[in-house]
Design a binder for this molecule. Structure first.
Ligand code: GLU
Length: 487
């Protein structure tokens, strides 16, 4: 029997959950579920200075919010979790010593000052920065001298040059990297004992029996380095798959520096995006389902996903398109679900006085017009506030229409004919008034909308009238008529 597929998402808690990390997590999740394998979540905190618990929490919360639930990892125990790389120092060192014993790594005594000097010299000579492998063949007296100076060595891995490191990438196809482009012999364990990412990641992937490493294209050179380490340890190699980077619509890489909070999942959560929309959007961003389906759920994507359908070309993050997906899910998720999710955005209103069916009517009425749930407060204000203030521009438009006064007057006259329990019937009365006055379209609806909602555009008029009810319709029409009379 083929061994179980095991994939992982391995974010470094050095920032909030990035959209690119979420997409990588999603592709790993989909692949694991499709292959009935395991999806592992591992935190990589080898960068001690930049890692923080706040970021860890944001990443965990973000992945959970997206329903990318892991089989092993933080919060749920399992054989490998929770743990921190910084707590596995001895384990990595054991492997590093194995490489030193087999002559594939060595102790490097270079100081930070010497390395900085080397970098500066290379820069001044317009050379690409790289380690010049100066400690690779130290003799005993040089070693003794450095030790006498109290230098604590790092461990460096020998990168043979020249050499081509090639592999078949499950997304990008054949990849070949020249070892001379890898920056020279690489540190695997720093002088303070902390393992460097490229080394720790190999040991972790081996420990966790990871079969497929699916990550962003920005790791291609790291993969070349990691392949060398697998070879040196004579260890089985996973299959690598690199997803193309995500660009903005101007073809610039999505980055915190350029795009600020827009690169973080948390921003979309706060702004009232549906996790279903983000998942659908990110999934189809670089992957085309075999049936070209555009709208699909996480479960549907799991059933269809495979790496060979992931695009090799860069993905484009287009907020308009995400908004389109979000609008779709706001319109199509069960109304009860939308109400629950909308509640935080409606916290300023006294919702206690509304019955469930009234809230349902209000949210149903406005949801078609929403792009994000954070817009719901503004969109529903005229329902929740007892009175409305008609903004200057709407007032001006109201007064400029010859028909406004007539329409509003007629609504008052016909008020007894409105059956407020029936939105369609309410609309029919307005249409009847329109027929009487020989008005339709904007000339008919605009004055009513302006008077009732204080807006030029708004939700379905029949539903609006029905929800507002007789007394509020009467008082708002009267107030609007007062405005008209004052001119
Ligand atoms: N910690 C790395 C990152 O966040 C993980 C890369 C990998 O998947 O190996 O980019």
């Amino acid at each position: 029997m083929a061994s179980e597929i095991r994939v992982r998402i391995a974010p470094s808690p050095t920032g909030n959950l990035h959209v690119g990390t979420a997409r990588t997590a999603l592709y790993n999740y989909l692949f694991a579920r499709n292959k009935k394998g395991k999806f592992v979540f591992r935190l990589e905190d080898t960068d001690e200075l930049r890692s923080s618990d706040t970021y860890t929490k944001d990443i965990i919360d973000g992945l959970k919010w997206l329903s990318l639930n892991w089989d092993e990892g933080p919060d749920i125990g399992g054989p490998y979790a929770p743990y921190k790389q910084t707590e596995k120092v001895d384990h990595y060192e054991k492997y590093a010593h194995k490489l030193i014993s087999s002559g594939k790594a060595y102790f490097c005594y270079c100081t930070q000052e010497e390395l900085t000097q080397l970098k500066d010299d290379q820069k001044n000579s317009s050379m690409a920065p790289r380690y010049d492998n100066r400690c690779r063949n130290l003799n005993q007296s040089q070693i003794d001298k450095f030790q006498a100076e109290g230098r604590i060595p790092a461990m460096r891995f020998i990168v043979e040059e020249p050499r081509v490191i090639s592999w078949h990438d499950a997304i990008k196809g054949e990849i070949a990297i020249n070892s001379s482009d890898l920056g020279g012999d690489m540190v695997i364990v720093k002088s303070n004992g902390v393992a460097i990412y490229n080394f720790a990641v190999v040991i972790d992937d081996l420990d966790m029996k990871i079969t497929h490493v699916i990550r962003g294209e920005d790791h291609i050179h790291n993969t070349a380095k990691q392949i060398l380490i697998y070879e040196a340890l004579d260890a089985p190699m996973p299959i690598f798959a690199h997803a193309a980077l995500i660009f903005d619509i101007e073809r610039q890489k999505l980055s915190k520096r350029k795009h600020g909070e827009a690169v973080h999942v948390d921003k979309y959560k706060k702004d009232g995006y549906m996790p279903e929309a983000i998942i659908n959007y990110l999934a189809q961003m670089s992957w085309t389902p075999p049936n070209n389906q555009e709208i699909f759920s996480l479960d549907e994507a799991c059933a269809l996903f495979d790496l060979d359908k992931v695009s090799k070309s860069p993905a484009v993050f287009d907020i308009q398109r995400l908004n389109w997906f979000n609008g779709h899910y706001i319109r199509s998720l069960p109304i009860q679900e939308i109400i629950t999710r909308a509640l935080p955005y409606l916290s300023g209103y006294d919702l206690g006085q509304y019955k469930q069916n009234e809230l349902e009517a209000i949210v149903s009425c406005v949801r078609d017009g929403l792009t994000t749930l954070s817009e719901i407060k503004e969109a529903t204000q005229f329902f929740f506030d007892e009175t409305i203030i008609v903004p200057a521009d709407v007032k001006e438009a109201l007064l400029s229409k010859q028909s406004s006064k007539d329409v509003l007057q007629k609504i008052l006259e016909h008020l007894s004919e409105f059956n407020f329990g029936d939105a369609k019937a309410c609309k029919a009365v307005v249409d009847k008034i329109g027929a009487e006055l020989k008005l339709k379209g904007k000339d008919l609806f605009f004055p009513v909308r302006a008077a009732l909602c204080g807006k030029t555009h708004g939700p379905d008029l029949g539903s609006t009238i029905s929800i507002l009810g007789r007394e509020r319709v009467r008082s708002r029409i009267e107030s609007a008529l007062d405005l008209c009379a004052k001119t």
